[in-house]
Design a protein around this ligand. Sequence first.
Ligand code: PGA
Length: 215
Amino acid sequence: MDKLYIISNWKSNKTLNDAKTWLEEIGKLSPNDSKEIIVCPPFTLLDCAKTNLPEHIKLAAQDVSPFSEGAYTGEVSAKQIKEFADYVLIGHSERRENFNETDEMLQKKVQEALKNSLTPIFLVQGKENKIPNGVDIIAYEPLFAIGSGNPETPSNADEVASFYKETSNIKYVLYGGSVNSENVSSFTKTDHIDGVLVGSASLDASEFIGIVENA
Ligand code: PGA
């Protein structure tokens, strides 16, 4: 493992004022070559996050359009995202479920991201999910663990990470689902997990700082 990814996914949370306070706190974290910190604000706050965070803290969009620029009302293209972010989440279970995202659509999103030099972080819910070509980083997030306070066991998560590394070209496997500052190290100290993707617990700046420190 050459570095740990520690990702905060805000989902549809925070307005401008909430965001500024959070960003100011997180912006105080010093650079650390062994930890890549990535923040995923909603589209409306990407600009504010870019302005208020130091360069060593990276940004990701939470989604990307499967289409290039053009007449696609409501969509945000990879080219537009690239002005603010280096990464993009693709295939979160909340999007697969609530917005009927299909494997075919997810593949197009990955292609759009790669075409525009955005690194896709592709989310899988288990070993059955197909991973589009060109993906290097995935996050394993079992449905039962998301937002439930009931995380996967580190040994099961490690086993899934090891499976993906052995059976595909995936370089980094992250774990997500009810991670917090207390349990983060049980995942990051395993042999095959390269970081964590955190939702609820990361909304609080001091808790997210604890997660980064304990990872
Ligand atoms: P959670 O969400 O940390 O609130 O469980 C994780 C995610 O959905 O990425």
